[in-house]
Design a protein around this ligand. Sequence first.
Ligand SMILES: [Zn+2]
Length: 256
Amino acid sequence: MNFTLGLLLVILGLILGSFMAAAIFRLRSKTGGLLTGRSFCANCKNTLQPIDLIPVVSFLLLRGKCRYCGKPIPRSCLWIEIITALVFLSVGYFTGVGNIWLLIWQLLFSSVLIFLAAYDSLYGEIPDEVSLPAIAVALLGSFFSFTPSFISALLGFLLGALPFFAIFFFSQGKWMGGGDSRLGGLLGILLGWQQLLIAIFLAASCGSIVGLLLIAQNKKQLTSKIPFGPYLAVGGFFTMLFGNLLWNWYASNFLF
Ligand SMILES: [Zn+2]
């Protein structure tokens, strides 16, 4: 990856991240079109000017406060911008531009994963308005060999959706929200059933480590509900980039 492409991906990531942060807020508060509405301050309702909407830069210039009412701008906006930029940079680095459609495909679904993970960590919910269309697009993509194969994608969908749906159903939503099954299904389509297992393994490992750390610091109790969506998204993202490597390593060390 050359410097220009890297810079381009960082800028694209920052801009898209800032759009997604705004869209997350609009979807939650049901204000304005998801992509078309003008951004305004959640506190004083003043419409923001273009100068206030430059990713990261505006945040630093305004020292993290609204220009009009001085109320702090949510830190999550800044994080979503930075994480999207870093994710785009790593997709560009590891996938490369050899297959431009694969690059675009991975950037698209990395964005979807960031959106769903951010929404879930902020509000403890995975919105169907985004996950269901993403599932439809991912299924279409499986005909164009972005995903392993249509059959593997279909099996992946069932394997990803059913267990989480069962947990949701039998705990009556106490342990897990219904949205996790849609996210699991989406990952299953994107990765195929073999690599979905890697993604769930990574997600569960990450989730347990962070969960234990939080319990050790007395920030959470064993019974409290921890959103699993962000971990699934992280596991899915790493598997999307390194799934083949991980699967080969696992197969050569433990299977054959
Ligand atoms: Zn304000």
